[in-house]
Design a protein around this ligand. Structure first.
Ligand SMILES: Nc1nc2c(c(=O)[nH]1)N[C@H]1C(S)=C(S)[C@@H](COP(=O)(O)OP(=O)(O)OC[C@H]3O[C@@H](n4cnc5c(=O)[nH]c(N)nc54)[C@H](O)[C@@H]3O)O[C@H]1N2
Ligand SMILES: Nc1nc2c(c(=O)[nH]1)N[C@H]1C(S)=C(S)[C@@H](COP(=O)(O)OP(=O)(O)OC[C@H]3O[C@@H](n4cnc5c(=O)[nH]c(N)nc54)[C@H](O)[C@@H]3O)O[C@H]1N2
Ligand SMILES: [Mo]
Length: 809
């Protein structure tokens, strides 16, 4: 979230689109209700289903799954054509005025630079024009046809209300209401917020769904202000922490990239990844990348990381050519190229797309190690559960080890919520039986691996494993506070300021990432977390909820990264001279020294009217309506159909139907179905009463939602002769599930490209492994396609083609 949970109450218009907050975030959703109560805000829901959020909304409208870009691009067209934008914000705080490279173009569904062989773009034309001094050219009058804003306007002209309805199935009159409501927030003192989650991310165009919304928010001046923002409601309680700490195959902590095999040394790597400031006078925060990276290496390798060995840079694993992701490693496993798999805190046979392929892949392993407090469908994948898991156990040679772990309530530690607040928690109970923390298990594994390599030798080099600093009081049992301090970072030498005064003594904890150095004198594993545990103590344990501004910006409660800032880009909430766009919800104010006020300002000491622009994380200093070369699939968003499309065409450009760069491997492509055999759209989602696949093990949840079901509309039920309570089989090209049919008014057929399109709603929570005697069920992922977003590789779990038939009553 650019903003945070409590701030939602400050919104004038809450839009839930691409998520179902009332169901999946029932506690945080109270702030949307507070916005209605305290602020007279309207709540709009746009979703293929009339879901539990819709049931408390002021306005609901349906749309066909996978068509949000068409809808939102139509909104962009409305705002631009009717001049419903926040002029001052757009002119000064976005790249609307920048002139785009003359060779950039968009034609027939493709941006310039497409290579059909590699299915990738050469993005070199996706940039600006530059003057003789190397500065990007701007036209502050925005008359030049190559201005970003004019190209954007031209790009979205195709998305007329008629085209929006044709693609999305949303009735034109509903769409018009949406446009009018959101346009009201172009007033400088009004803000809309968008709350979204998987309904937007789980698509081949997931990142661009979010980009389209971000462009809307920028045109309306809704970013950096209280009650506005781009607000991803995160999933697992600490998944924000997972991404912050870099648990991706291609990332290091704090969103630094992992080096590739081509990055031969630290210097070249840092040169490649450190963004150059593009405009003079700008503050570009990412220029500090070398300080963040070297401090991280010092934290990883301690004394073993020296200037001579580039601080241990060569110990880091390098990303192989072509990268890696779950599609790649499952494919390798499936092809018998992988010996072992450590599966820590996940249940991939249930959660990854195309479950039957995952089960076959796991069957090829020599060993599988499960770290989990529970039995899971993955730990049981080799057992025959009749139709639910019809495997031949005797043919599966994979040896499965189960290592029981604790779960968070049995540990001290921090959890990062969607609003980037790091909140410390304390152990509530002792773990049962032989359970150990993940940290203990990993530490023991590390020690044992080193021992075995030393005594018996092995293939992988021992040096990187041994070089890792592991200086915990008990190296077999790192404590949460030790790890938290390690992430925060500390001085390795006395640190002096420019005048030679000591600002931090050797061994003291850093209080700001501004203190980090690139010469090996500071350590810190995750720069955005610096400040969480300082010489003043554990900031994550702060529990002062006083709120003098009544905006919910409780700076004394927990620690928000970065630097306890609650609302990102808050400098954009005041004009160049420092006057707030919304005086009632002013977040920052120049006090002669800095801008700190209700929030911690995200902005250096530059006074009002200085040439420094507010988006300090961007080399331009302004936000991007046009994103230059950073997205894999285009600098502007464009509607592409899901990989499995129910209409079989793209009304905008029939020659380029799906995203031309979507991630899909050839073997998975061979398993795509068409609307001839599978005419309906299947979409998967959550229920409040269950949490993924764990709550099969919790009796009360099992009682609350005992049996697997799917939801269909009345028209489809009539067409297929299905009645409420019948058992139906839902199948896709990849597999099938059987479940009880719920016939409902909450899902209706939408007319798209002239055809009625029916949706089959599929809750995800069933499987076969449970200790409660819960009714067994089928994996929703028996049905899904292994294809993903070109930027994030997130699978397209929210739309696939299915068929449905009655198999019993
Ligand atoms: N009770 C409970 N809460 C949970 C979880 C749980 O398992 N149980 N899981 C947690 C996790 S890990 C996550 S990531 C979050 C997920 O949170 P959400 O994303 O809110 O949850 P979902 O139910 O997966 O999907 C949300 C909605 O997206 C809609 N949708 C599907 N396709 C589209 C589309 O193309 N466009 C639009 N506009 N909407 C679409 C669906 O109809 C559904 O209503 O929930 C978290 N909270
Ligand atoms: N079709 C479809 N597929 C989906 C989705 C969808 O909407 N539709 N949603 C996707 C999303 S957003 C997500 S997040 C994934 C979820 O996918 P997974 O993360 O694979 O599923 P979970 O059941 O949440 O598995 C988490 C496991 O961690 C264990 N666990 C809990 N605490 C600890 C701990 O402290 N240590 C360890 N080692 N283990 C612990 C739990 O017991 C549980 O078994 O599913 C994805 N798959
Ligand atoms: Mo998630």
């Amino acid at each position: 979230m650019t903003n945070h949970w409590v701030d939602i109450k400050n919104s004038d218009l809450v839009i839930v689109m691409g998520g179902n907050a009332a169901e999946a975030h029932p506690v945080g959703f109270r702030w949307a209700i507070e916005a209605k109560k305290q602020n007279n805000a309207k709540l709009i829901v746009v979703d293929p289903r009339f879901n539990r959020t819709a049931s408390v909304a002021d306005i609901y409208m349906p749309l066909r799954a996978g068509t949000d870009i068409a809808f939102l691009s139509g909104v962009l067209r409305y705002l631009l054509n009717n001049d419903k934008i926040q002029h001052e914000y757009v002119k000064h705080y976005t790249n609307a005025t920048f002139l785009v490279n003359e060779n950039f173009k968009f034609e027939d569904g493709l941006f310039s630079g497409y290579d059909p062989e590699t299915r990738k773009y050469d993005r070199s034309t996706w940039g600006y024009q530059f003057d003789e001094e190397g500065q990007p050219k701007r036209d502050m009058t925005m008359q030049d046809p190559r201005c970003v804003i004019n190209l954007l306007k031209e790009h979205v002209q195709r998305y007329t209300p008629e085209m929006v309805e044709r693609i999305t199935g949303t009735p034109k009159k509903d769409f018009q209401i949406f446009c009018e409501e959101i346009a009201k927030t172009s007033a400088p003192d009004k803000a809309a917020t968008f709350l979204y989650a998987l309904g937007w991310t789980q698509h081949t165009v997931g990142s661009q769904n979010i980009r389209t919304m971000a462009i809307i928010q920028l045109l309306l001046g809704n970013i950096g202000v209280s009650g506005g923002g781009v607000n991803a409601l995160r999933g697992h309680s600490n998944v924000q922490g997972i991404t912050d700490l870099g648990l991706f195959p291609n990332r290091l902590p704090a969103y630094l990239p992992l080096p590739t095999e081509a990055d031969k040394n630290l210097e070249d790597f840092l040169n490649r990844i450190t963004p150059k400031t593009m405009m003079k006078d700008q503050v570009n925060y990412w220029k500090n990348t070398p300080k963040f990276m070297v401090s991280m290496l010092k934290s990883f390798y301690g004394d073993k990381g020296t200037k001579e060995n580039e601080f241990g840079y060569h110990y880091l694993p390098k990303l192989p050519k072509g990268g890696t992701d779950q599609f790649r490693y499952i494919e390798d496993m499936y092809n018998g190229k992988v010996n072992g798999f450590f599966c820590q805190g996940m249940n991939p046979v249930a959660s990854y797309a195309n479950s039957q392929k995952i089960i076959k892949a796991l069957s090829k392993l020599k060993y599988l190690v499960i770290f989990d407090p529970l039995i899971t469908d993955t730990s049981e994948f080799w057992k025959n559960y009749g139709e639910f898991n019809d495997v031949k156990t005797e043919e599966i040679q994979t040896e499965v080890f189960r290592l029981p772990t604790t779960c968070f309530v049995e540990e001290d530690g921090s959890i990062a919520n969607s609003g980037r607040w790091l909140q410390w928690h304390w152990k509530g109970a002792e773990p049962p039986g032989e359970a150990k923390t993940d940290g203990e298990i990993l530490s023991e594994l590390r020690a044992e691996l080193i021992h075995l390599y030393k005594t018996e030798g092995g293939k992988a080099p021992l040096e990187p494993l041994e070089a890792m600093s592991w200086d915990y009081a008990n190296p077999l049992e790192p404590k949460a506070e030790e790890v938290a301090k390690e992430n925060n970072g500390y001085a390795l030498e006395d640190l002096k300021d420019g005048d030679g005064n000591i600002i931090l003594k050797k061994g003291q904890l850093l209080s700001s990432f501004g203190q980090m150095r690139d010469d090996g004198t500071t350590s810190g594993a995750c720069w955005i977390y610096t400040g969480q545990w300082t010489e003043k103590g554990n900031q994550m344990a702060n529990r002062d909820n006083s709120d003098p501004s009544n905006l919910g910006n409780t700076l004394g409660w927990a620690f928000a990264w970065p630097l306890n800032r609650r609302i990102l880009y808050n400098r954009a909430g005041v004009d160049l001279a420092g006057n707030p766009f919304n005086p009632k919800r002013q977040l920052i104010k120049w006090n002669g020294k800095n801008w700190n006020y209700v929030d911690v300002a995200d902005y250096g000491a530059a006074p009002p009217n200085s040439p420094v622009l507010p988006f300090i994380m961007q080399p331009e200093g302004v936000s991007g309506l046009f994103v230059r070369e950073r997205m894999a699939d285009g600098p502007f968003p464009e509607h592409y159909e899901p990989m499995e499309t129910p209409i079989g065409t793209n009304p905008l450009h029939p020659n380029v139907v799906q995203s031309p760069v979507a991630r899909i491997l050839p073997s998975d492509k061979a398993e795509l179905g068409t609307s001839v055999d599978f005419p309906y759209v299947g979409t998967t989602y959550r229920l409040t009463e269950h949490f993924h696949y764990w709550t099969k093990n919790a009796l009360l949840n099992v009682i609350a939602q005992p049996e697997q079901f799917v939801e269909i509309g009345e028209a489809l039920a009539a067409e297929k002769g299905i009645k409420q309570g019948d058992v139906v089989k839902v199948s896709s090209k990849r597999g099938y599930i059987k479940a009880v049919a719920v016939v409902t008014k909450r899902i209706r057929a939408l007319v798209s490209d002239g055809k009625p399109i029916h949706t089959v709603g599929i809750p995800i929570h069933w499987g076969f492994a449970a200790t409660t005697g819960a009714k067994k069920g089928f994996f929703a992922n028996n049905l899904t396609v292994r294809t993903g977003d070109a930027n994030t590789q997130t699978p397209e779990s929210k739309c696939m083609l299915v068929n449905i038939e009655k198999v019993g009553a």
